[in-house]
Design a protein around this ligand. Structure first.
Ligand code: TXA
Ligand code: MG
Length: 344
């Protein structure tokens, strides 16, 4: 059973938004769209509701949730304060895909923060999300609305695929415009530390503040030698084996797809148009558009990974892109999805 709500309007008066808000208020869990990906919401101050979110996703209890507000004044309930740089970031990028990690108040239960003294907070840039939070009259914690370890959902259909029977309602607001999660940052002194790259790029953070931006994201992309097959990340992964091609190795995608096909392995390729034109017939192709553009990659990546899985494809070959701007977030997700990275 899954109650699907399709609001016609995006305001707090809409009857479907009111219905979803009432479920949240009374301790239910509701999936809803944001500008990044769909989230699975619960009121932040109801431990039983938050526990349902962890259970529905199969999420480890030590992985903290982001609390979403529809107005900065709701932060009083969530955080003890913010310094000038944090406030500058908030004013520059909210509503939008930036999560600030700040010291939590006593009102935020430890189940939300995975036992930490800090809480991630953001104001989403999506009118449906904002109206829902306003109508619920309380900040809403929401991780991405996927089963833990699966690609994040960028459409209501993806949410239903993963969470049917596990949640109280789903607000369908169509495809999410950005397609990748928010950037998670923590300010230390006058340095901005990126914990997860996302919709607000490192370049945007630096130019807005003039501050030094560092990254404490861990992936093994700094190795110069090809990385051994079998290396498996646990996030954002489809069921198929994913091979990520970088640098000169990209020219091998066509011939690798052909040899896999000859061994009766079903293949999908996610690549720029130039590369796709070199592929043999029978390969499932997903375009990233023109080389150099990162928009389609950001918006469509998760949907492509899911679609390839739905087709029952055994191997997905993906063309990597330059890790700058929004490309940094795209590549971060690709490293996590990849079983093998081929680079030369
Ligand atoms: O765009 C998004 O951020 C989406 C939408 C729904 O808002 N949400 C999302 O939530 O991606 P989730 O739970 O899938 O990812 C939250 C990330 C995790 O990597 C988590 O570890 C980190 O934020 N995080 C949350 N609170 C934190 C904290 N107090 N300290 C450090 N990292 C934190
Ligand atoms: Mg997630």
């Amino acid at each position: 059973m899954l109650r699907i709500l399709r609001p016609v309007g995006h305001s707090t008066d809409d009857k479907d938004i009111k219905a979803a808000a009432a479920i949240l208020k009374s301790g239910g869990v509701v999936a809803f769209p944001t500008e990044t990906v769909y989230g699975l919401g619960a009121r932040f101050d109801n431990e039983a509701a938050v526990a349902k979110v962890f259970a529905a996703k199969g999420r480890p209890r030590d992985n903290p949730l982001i609390a979403h507000v529809s107005h900065p004044r709701q932060l009083q309930q969530l955080v003890t304060g913010m310094n000038a740089l944090e406030e500058k970031l908030m004013l520059a990028f909210w509503p939008g895909p930036l999560t600030l990690v700040l010291p939590k108040t006593a009102a935020v239960p430890y189940i939300v923060t995975g036992g930490l003294e800090t809480v991630g907070v953001r104001m989403p840039g999506h009118q449906l999300a904002l109206s829902l939070i306003t109508a619920a009259e309380v900040p809403i914690v929401a991780p991405s609305a996927n089963i833990s370890g699966r690609p994040s959902p960028t459409s209501a259909r993806h949410v239903a695929q993963d969470l049917f029977g596990r949640i109280d309602a789903l607000v369908d607001g169509g495809d999410t415009p950005l397609g990748l999660e928010s950037t998670v940052v923590q300010v230390r002194g006058d340095v901005i530390n990126v914990l997860r790259p996302g919709g607000v790029t490192r370049e945007m953070l630096a130019s807005e503040t003039g501050c030094h931006v560092i990254s404490s994201v861990h992936h093994e992309d700094s190795a110069s030698a090809p990385i051994a097959p079998g290396m498996k990340y646990t996030h954002y992964a489809p069921r198929a084996l994913v091979t990520l091609y970088e640098g000169q190795a990209i020219v091998d995608i066509g011939s690798d797809a052909r040899s896999l096909q000859q061994s009766n392995v079903s293949v999908a390729v996610i690549a720029f148009a130039d590369t796709l034109s070199t592929l043999p017939r029978g390969v499932n192709i997903y375009t990233l558009g023109d080389r150099g553009s990162v928009d389609i990659a950001a918006r469509r990546l998760y949907a492509y990974l899911r679609e390839a899985d739905d087709l029952g494809v055994q191997q997905i070959l993906v063309e990597g892109l330059e890790s700058k701007g929004l490309g940094e977030a795209v590549m971060n997700r690709l490293y996590k999805a990849a079983t093998t990275v081929v680079r030369r």
